[in-house]
Ligand binder design. Structure first.
Ligand code: NDP
Length: 449
């Protein structure tokens, strides 16, 4: 059963539905937060008086633009791109760019909305934003990707700046794409403004451990949740969905902490390797050769590739959804719980459907929502900005130490906030309320903006 909202929050939600028709993912993300804010309004009536929630649900600025580009044969293509500058109460808008054919305004708004609370939880001075395009990078040559990125930045540059809006990567956008976008920004503005984009290469202003950050952090969050239950990742059988940036480094950190990862996936199918995944092989396939994960099974005899398979049907003790939104539904959640899963930590944004979340919470397993569990990526982006501002470059060890500490602190904040609001162990309540309070207090302090 879908939990009801209290009267004031229901009215706000209805208004969001009315003002943003057809944006299902955005509605879902807003509702999930509103469902947890009832006790906050009871305790802090000034937030209702100042209409803080209504203001948080309305982006400060939304930019939609045309991106024309030419393929290698000279044919012209037109894509649509977005940048939603959601909330700058805590700092410049910060959040990645996603290139995927499914992208439309509703997806960028859900991601931007989540980003506000996530960024607040990191304790770093960054606001929330997100962007992307319906461009499909699959099967495109590097030259085509470059021309697309240059065309996109030719419009986007005017909205960016290290004190204004600082994009990074997301699905379909990694260091190569950041490089092409940064190059074009630098050329147009005639400024080497390193802090305008994060996820850069090490030789040109990037941070060590940024590539690893989101995956590592998601595992650190799982480890902290398990600790509160006297458990650890050591010896646990784990399943990680996806095989992109977040998934690869989640697998790496699980292995470093003694866990065994037996499966990963892409949007076509699932690899099951009961002996434990060969991470170097996964990296070679995805990061070097840019091939499909199905080719893994050609190199490892005992591994099985299930075309169109469901990764959540594989029994495991710890599950890390690291692919995309709504990839894990109620049926999957029931299945995972039934087969002995004790912890779920979300590397992806909103990967579990509302029904799935309720099943995890009702079963009392350790469930870490994306806006807390995957915050190390953006936190390390903020550390990249810090290094850029001071013209410095830290060691891997120091940067990883910082991101680990940030994840330990986020876990503590969520854990303590959940207890304070009468829901011990509920990280959804903890993350939403702690993130909201930080942003709301800043918005009240700054007047009606
Ligand atoms: P990548 O593009 O590097 O990888 C995405 C992976 O997910 C690919 O393996 C892709 O497979 C797979 N995937 C996409 N859609 C589906 C689907 N419908 N079913 C199964 N697999 C799918 O992106 P990232 O690793 O950077 O991002 C993954 C998730 O993590 C996203 O939700 C993103 O928003 C979130 N995130 C990323 C951060 C970062 O720092 N990169 C920070 C915080 C969150 P295929 O190749 O077939 O498309």
């Amino acid at each position: 059963m879908v939990p009801s909202l209290d009267e004031k929050l229901e009215l706000i939600y209805q208004e969001v539905l009315h003002r943003n028709p057809g944006e299902a993912e955005f509605h879902q993300a807003v509702r999930e937060v509103l469902e947890t804010l009832g006790p906050v309004l009871g305790k802090y009536p000034e937030f209702a008086d100042r209409k803080i929630i209504q203001r948080i649900c309305e982006p400060e600025r939304q930019i939609i633009f045309r991106v024309p580009w030419q393929d290698d044969k000279g044919e012209v293509h037109i894509n649509r791109a977005f940048r939603v500058e959601f909330n700058s109460a805590l700092g410049p808008y910060k959040g990645g760019m996603r290139f995927h054919p499914s992208v439309y305004l509703g997806i960028i708004k859900f991601l931007g909305f989540e980003q506000i609370f996530k960024n607040a939880l990191t304790g770093m001075p960054i606001g929330g934003g997100k962007g992307g395009s319906d461009f499909d990078p699959k099967g495109k040559s590097s030259d085509e990707i470059m021309r697309f990125c240059q065309s996109l930045m030719t419009e986007l540059y005017r909205h960016l700046g290290e004190y204004t809006d600082v994009p990074a990567g997301d699905i379909g956008v990694g260091q190569r794409e950041i490089g092409y976008m940064f190059g074009q920004y630098k050329r147009i503005t005639n400024k080497y403004e390193s802090g305008v984009l994060t996820g850069k290469g090490l030789a040109w202003g990037g941070s060590r451990a940024r590539t690893e950050a989101t995956g590592y952090g998601t595992v650190y969050f799982a480890q902290e949740m398990l600790k509160t239950r006297g458990e650890s990742l050591d010896g646990k059988t784990c399943v990680v969905s996806g095989s992109g940036n977040v998934a690869i480094y989640a697998i790496e950190k699980i292995m470093q902490l003694g866990g065994k990862v037996i499966a990963c996936s892409d949007s076509n199918g699932v690899i099951l390797d009961e002996e434990g995944l060969d991470l170097e092989l996964v990296k070679r396939i995805k990061e070097v050769d840019r091939r499909r994960i199905s080719t893994y099974a050609q190199s490892r005899k005992h591994a099985v590739y299930r075309d169109g398979g469901n990764i959540w049907a594989i029994p495991c003790q710890v599950a890390l959804p690291c692919a995309t939104q709504n990839e894990l539904n109620g049926k999957d959640a029931r299945n995972l719980v039934k087969q002995g899963c004790i912890a779920v930590s979300e590397g992806a944004n909103m990967p579990t459907t509302p029904e799935g979340i309720r099943i995890f919470l009702d079963a009392g397993i350790a469930y870490g929502p994306g806006k807390a569990a995957n915050a190390a990526g953006v936190a390390t982006s903020a550390l990249e900005m810090q290094q850029n501002a001071s013209r410095d470059s830290w060691t891997f060890q120091y940067t990883e130490h910082r991101l680990h500490q940030i994840m330990v602190d986020i876990h503590k904040t969520c854990h303590e906030t959940a207890e304070e609001f009468g829901a011990p162990g509920n990280y959804v309540i903890g993350a939403n309320i702690a993130g909201f309070l930080k942003v709301a207090r800043a918005m009240v302090a700054m007047g009606l903006i």
